[in-house]
Design a protein around this ligand. Structure first.
Ligand code: ADP
Ligand code: MG
Length: 240
């Protein structure tokens, strides 16, 4: 379970998160929508300890992310994160890229890491691309490689930050299909997205962020069809 309690975060004088509360249970899919600059990415980077917080608390299965004693490397193996873009190592093949973190961080043998990398790449539909160099793949394939790379660490939670935003419209579908598949397998996920149709289909709950505040959170039918907050209504009418 991911427990976020009253989290505040500033960059200098700019207050980016103004008291966020959110609990995500095992197996739940929560999507976050909201305007640019509303704090969505910052929250994800705080959840896996890439950014410190000013106050409040984030716990992953009871372990406080920002406590001094917490082993962040260990915690990050539990919480995978995939961004808009990931720069793969260009001189390594796809399978070698995916093997890297299990080898370096988890200390896996070459054989075991390769087995897991092949398994995850196959899972995301890239079994034909194992020995290819990353720059020979489409943007959609590269994003699926990034997802396989995160999955190779065998995380219990996955955070996705606008993983389709940098893609040509033609390539968005294949990446969303991969996320749908993970959701249907029961992966616990927080997805920041602009894809409203996807959010409606896949989410247990949708959260709307506005200026560092989670203005509204509700099941998708409710949030999309009967939004309560004036800012949610405004945002949805602008994006539809
Ligand atoms: P979103 O993902 O919702 O678009 P972000 O969380 O990326 O929003 O950013 C929220 C605000 O924090 C923005 O105004 C952004 O410019 C600012 N910000 C984000 N990261 C940093 C940083 N590392 N240093 C300074 N300001 C930042
Ligand atoms: Mg962002």
């Amino acid at each position: 379970m991911i427990e976020i309690e009253n989290v505040h975060k500033s960059f200098g004088a700019l207050q980016v998160l103004k008291g966020i509360d959110l609990t995500v249970k095992k197996g739940e899919v929560v999507t976050i929508i909201g305007g640019s600059g509303s704090g969505k990415s910052t929250l994800l980077t705080c959840i896996n300890g890439l950014e410190p917080i000013d106050s409040g608390r984030i716990k992953i299965d009871g372990t406080e992310v920002h406590a001094k004693a917490t082993d962040l490397n260990k915690l990050r193996t539990k919480v995978g994160i995939v961004f808009q873009q990931w720069n793969a190592f260009p001189h390594l093949t796809v399978v070698e890229n995916v093997m890297l973190a299990p080898r370096k961080v988890l200390g896996m043998s070459k054989e075991k890491a390769e087995e897991i990398a092949v398994k995850q790449l196959t899972h995301v539909g890239l079994s034909e691309k194992l020995s290819v160099y990353p720059n020979r793949m489409s943007g959609g394939q590269q994003q699926r490689m990034a997802i396989a790379r995160a999955l190779a660490m065998q995380p219990e939670y996955m955070l996705f930050d606008e993983v389709t935003s940098a893609l040509d419209p033609m390539l968005v579908g294949e990446v969303l299909d991969t996320l749908r598949m993970l959701a249907s397998e029961g992966m616990t996920m927080i997805c920041v997205t602009h894809e409203m149709k996807f959010a409606r289909e896949v989410s247990d709950r949708v959260a709307f962020f506005h200026q560092g505040v989670m203005a509204e959170i509700a099941p998708p039918e409710q949030l999309f069809d009967a939004p309560q907050h004036a800012e949610t209504k405004k945002f949805l009418s602008a994006t539809h």
